[in-house]
Design a protein around this ligand. Sequence first.
Ligand SMILES: [Zn+2]
Length: 650
Amino acid sequence: MNKNFNKPQQNKMIDSTDALLRNSIAVTNKNKVTNNETNKNKQKKSNQKISTLQRGKISHVRNKMHSKHRLGSNVNQKQSTNQDHIEVKTKTKINPNAVRIIPLGGQEEVGRNMTIFETGNDIVLLDMGLQFPEEDMPGIDYIIPNISYLKGKERKIRAVIFSHGHLDHIGAAPILLEKLNYPLVIGSDLTLALVKNRLEDYKKGSAKKLKTLTLKNLNTSVPLGKFTAKFFAVEHSIADAVGLILETPEGSIIHPGDWTIEKNPTAGKQPITYEHLKNVKRPSILMLESLGINYNKERIPEATMMKNLNMLVEQAPGRIIIGTFSSQVERVKQVIEYAGNIGKKVALDGYSMKLNVKVSQELGYIKPHKGTLINIDQIADYPNNKIVVICTGAQGESNAVLSRIIAGNHKNIKIRKEDTIVFSSSVIPGNERSIQRLKDNLYRICDNVIHSDIMDVHTGGHSTKTEIREILNEIKPNFFIPVYANHYMLKETQKLAVEEGFTKEQVPILDNGSIFEIYQGKYKQINDTVNTDYVFVDGLGVGDISNVVLRDRQVMSSDGMLVVIATVDRKHGNLVNNPDLISRGFIYMKESKKLVEDTRKKAIEILKDEDPRTAAQQTYIKDKLRNELGKFLFQKTQRRPMILPVIIEV
Ligand SMILES: [Zn+2]
């Protein structure tokens, strides 16, 4: 996955991601009845909302059903003095000697990637990614994997391996590593540098607590209890991506993280191949990121794309402004170096863009010519045709740099007709409209706008169907588990594998929390799951936002709220004054006098004391107001504002 490296609290995550991130909202529920054609859009939105809520509920119920024998938090785990013995009281028998694969995330969505490998007293973790919030999660910064299964097992964690530095693989590291008492982390130079940066961003000084093993040489093999970790180079849209070969007592597990095959790499780079993976210790299980299964178009070779970009940089009659994902470190590097070669200056803008380039420069991945990089506030000091700006925001995110430039709100850049603007990124589903609007605005003020419909100026970091087929045939694993994608993609990948001669049983589809067990050559998915409920991060709070809070936010953001303040007699419960109404985001009261009056009348009617002999009952009155006024307002407006009764007793 391509991700930008943002400071989440600042940017609210909008400057995110890669394709397919937001397409996990299924539009399924058709319960809400609307007769009005014009309400269609609203209808669609609300359907999405309901469906996600229901999904939340479903997962909650499912988890409840399992809670008696769910592993992890609810399990009575006897602390045995003999460390060789694990006693776990669950309905399902856990075989301590089996090798278990447990994905905590990444099997039902794009993001939140994290996988547990466990046998005996040894646990190895791969990746700690975050998931970006969906549209119906107002205020949520991001979601992290739920690690309740690992509670009490911290001492068994031999290492956390990070495949590469994208946020859906390292984004949750600051929170989770701290919770797990900072186990050993393993990764390549750039990846670990990015992990450390993220830790420091989250809590100053926390990077010092990290115990790290940097993979200087991929031929290293690292013993981790009963596991041995080996590594291999992987082609992806960020430098230094590594794949994992985990040797276990039951054979090898191969996991490339995110991957692609690049047959035409840019000059000076050797193509990375995966054929050697057929030689791992058998039997082998291949866990393969399958995000690109539905890409039907052939991927554009990196070299073609770079040739086009270089040509644009060279021939731009004025300034050239390139919007891309900051995680496209490789592309950014190429542009900086090429611009330097032809004597142009490069200014970077966007928090994550500057951070990634700084880290890459420190590690020697990007070697700009002396004087090539300039500050964004220096661009006026050079002729226009000498200026290249690389910035974030090609997804139309309202706060990101490119949007600010186009809206005329950027301090240093005002677009001129002769400037060239390049969108070098894929469109994340869900962002189409913002990007469209951005382009429309741009075409009004600039003559040279380039995007992938016009020229190949983007190529993704994930493999297509053809490449998945190719790697399956090259490696010929004994088992194949598609991972790191939405459920429908996993199923499509399974279909493809069956076409290639695998049996369905050889290609299990795991959900988040599924437990896949291998013992004495036998493979099975055991009838139990571990807790993978959402853990929301909002500001400084981790896991303190529940579904209830989220639902309130959803209601308020879609239909607003109405506060009803009623003063009642404590002894008898009758209304003392006419109730006061306050609307926020529901109606504009000054222009809805009739509705306000009708609502007030209705409230008086609802609050009419039924039995003057009894005292006022707060809960009863509040519930009645909420229900009946809610019905009344829906009849009148087809909206469901949150109704907040405030009862003052006198
Ligand atoms: Zn990635």
